[in-house]
Design a binder for this molecule. Structure first.
Ligand code: ADP
Ligand code: MG
Length: 143
């Protein structure tokens, strides 16, 4: 499915809908260039999970865990991962196959350990449609 947004608020609200509809154990991957709106969307998802604390990019921690919402929220940013073994050290399977919502930024870097089924979310700009235009594409992936 494709969702087009024309403001950060709209992207946030779309994220909120995703969060409201998320089910325990789901894995979402999030792809998009710097500044495209990944954090805005993630903040919306967190809101949809009834998480009120601020969501930041987990750049220096690989995973940030939020326990206060409707279900746990595991926010990964694997951009700085050096070796896939670092994921084992973190115990990623407890998150990916746990009872929360897992969201992974830069998931292409850890493709070999992604679960058989996940939701791929891609955000893109199209400057011909304006600075604030974003196209959000969601695909169900079956490996
Ligand atoms: P990323 O996490 O992908 O690097 P951010 O979410 O931190 O990006 O930043 C996105 C920036 O783009 C914000 O400054 C936001 O205000 C702006 N923006 C403009 N239009 C949109 C839109 N339609 N959706 C999301 N963000 C938008
Ligand atoms: Mg970000």
């Amino acid at each position: 499915m494709i969702k087009e947004t024309f403001s950060p608020e709209e992207t946030f609200l779309f994220g909120k809908e995703l969060g409201e509809n998320a089910k325990p154990g789901e894995v979402y991957t999030l792809i998009g260039d710097l500044g495209v709106g990944k954090t805005v969307l993630t903040q919306g998802i967190a809101k949809g999970l009834d998480i009120d604390e601020p969501i930041n990019s987990p750049t220096f921690t690989i995973v940030q865990v939020y326990e206060e919402g409707r279900m746990p929220f595991y926010h990964f940013d694997v951009y700085r991962i050096g070796d896939i073994e670092e994921m084992d050290e973190i115990g990623y399977e407890d998150y990916f196959y746990g009872q929360g919502l897992t969201m992974i930024e830069w998931a292409n870097l850890i493709e070999e350990i992604l679960p058989d089924h996940y939701k791929e979310i891609k955000i893109e700009k199209d400057l011909e449609k304006g600075f604030d235009y974003r196209r959000i594409t969601i695909n169900e992936v079956e490996k």
